[in-house]
Design a protein around this ligand. Structure first.
Ligand code: SF4
Length: 376
């Protein structure tokens, strides 16, 4: 079980999610967030201009637009901590790279603060977490990720209190949410976390097993695909006897269920795609297979088809072939030629038209893929 600080808000609300098999996944937003974190870390080390040069081109404009106030020039970026909730002891963790927690000791958990600063000459410590996405967050006072980092930092630096801060950068204007936490609040957090981890690790799983507790924290849960609440919903919906009757009295609940089911189905589909990517063709016991099927599509550019038909025939032919300025179809061209060519000449006329469209760069090709189940 590899629990880190960023998972705590979910695990505190649904401990079951720490017991189930996990399939961590990354999204393009998570990759973007990692890149912004790296940029801010580099700003502190080598300055803004040099840090910008290291940002991949597609993200450079966004990073260049980050307000100076949101860059950690007087704070330390990317500080990793180890914290033992049983002893309420924290320490700075030596890392060999980003999120390297290999030097954890028994009973310790790890987390990385995006930025840390000392307040009042070390009496207090400021712990900041940067959020670049729109995902769910608990209220700042109950943000267990930040409480963990605050507890670890206060212990590691011998401080008396902490200020926890969320820096939201979902657009170009940074927004801050702050809360001051006293040492006794951090002690209470250590007790809560210690109890929770004891229960999660308890060997007697029959007695300690938690039930699924759904909420907005499910969205990025790495145990989503193995969660009984989600899989039972998918199975129930796929059942021919599914009870889908609803009326005005339960329309709200029905719609909420529908939204949760959509999310569940999306995650099931993503997981199946990942498995097919990993294993290629997957074969069932009964011989049925699932694999990717690729389809190539040829598109005719409407404006070019229009000019070709006008040059080879006339304005009416052009209008009949290009259904819009940007789109023409082989069928519409064939239909026109079928009506206007002499018997036996349509195929040759079609070849000539298509060759001319091709010569004027009026054809484009794309490939798409979808999953296909085949009988064995
Ligand atoms: S998907 Fe939601 S309910 Fe299921 S284990 Fe994860 S957090 Fe809990």
């Amino acid at each position: 079980m590899n629990i880190t600080a960023s998972a705590l808000p979910r695990i505190f609300r649904c401990p079951l999610s720490a017991q189930l098999p996990q399939w961590p996944r990354t999204t393009k937003w998570a990759e973007f967030g990692t890149m912004v974190h790296l940029f801010r870390e580099n700003v502190a080390k080598i300055g803004r201009d040099k840090a910008l040069e290291k940002v991949p081109e597609e993200h450079r404009d966004h990073c260049a637009g980050i307000a100076e106030a949101a860059l950690p020039t007087d704070m330390t970026p990317e500080v990793a901590f180890a914290y033992n909730p049983d002893s309420a002891k924290g320490r700075r963790l030596d890392t060999k790279g980003q999120r390297d927690y290999s030097s954890l000791e028994d009973g310790e958990y790890a987390g990385t603060a995006d930025t840390v600063g000392l307040l009042e000459g070390g009496k207090g410590v400021l712990v900041e977490d940067l959020k670049t996405g729109w995902g769910w967050l608990p209220p700042i006072k109950q943000n267990e990720q930040l409480l963990f980092l605050a507890a670890a930092a206060v212990s590691a630096y011998g401080a008396e209190y902490a200020v926890i801060r969320i820096l939201k950068m979902t657009d170009d204007t940074p927004r801050y949410y702050e809360h001051e936490v006293a040492a006794f609040d951090l002690d209470a957090f250590a007790d809560d976390m210690s109890d929770l981890m004891f229960n999660i690790k308890a060997k007697d799983m029959q007695e300690r097993e938690f039930s699924a507790h759904e909420g907005p924290w499910c969205k990025y849960c790495p145990a989503f695909e193995s969660c009984p609440a989600k899989t039972s919903m998918v199975k129930a919906l796929a059942s021919p006897s599914a009870d889908i009757a609803f009326d005005r009295s339960n329309a709200v609940e029905a719609y909420e269920t529908l939204e949760r089911a959509r999310e569940a189905l999306k995650r099931v589909e993503e997981r199946i795609k990942e498995m097919v990517d990993e294993f290629g063709t997957i074969t069932n016991d009964d011989g049925r297979t699932i694999s990717w099927q690729e389809t190539s599509t040829r598109r005719i550019k409407g404006d070019i088809a229009y000019t070709v038909m006008r040059d080879l025939y006339d304005e009416d032919a052009a209008k009949a072939s290009a259904t819009t300025v940007t789109k023409a179809t082989q069928a519409s061209i064939e239909k026109y030629l079928g009506k206007h060519c002499e018997k036996g000449t349509k195929a040759e006329a079609m070849r000539h038209v298509m060759a001319e469209i091709d010569a004027r760069k009026g054809l484009s090709y794309s490939t798409s893929r979808k999953l296909k189940v085949k009988n064995g």
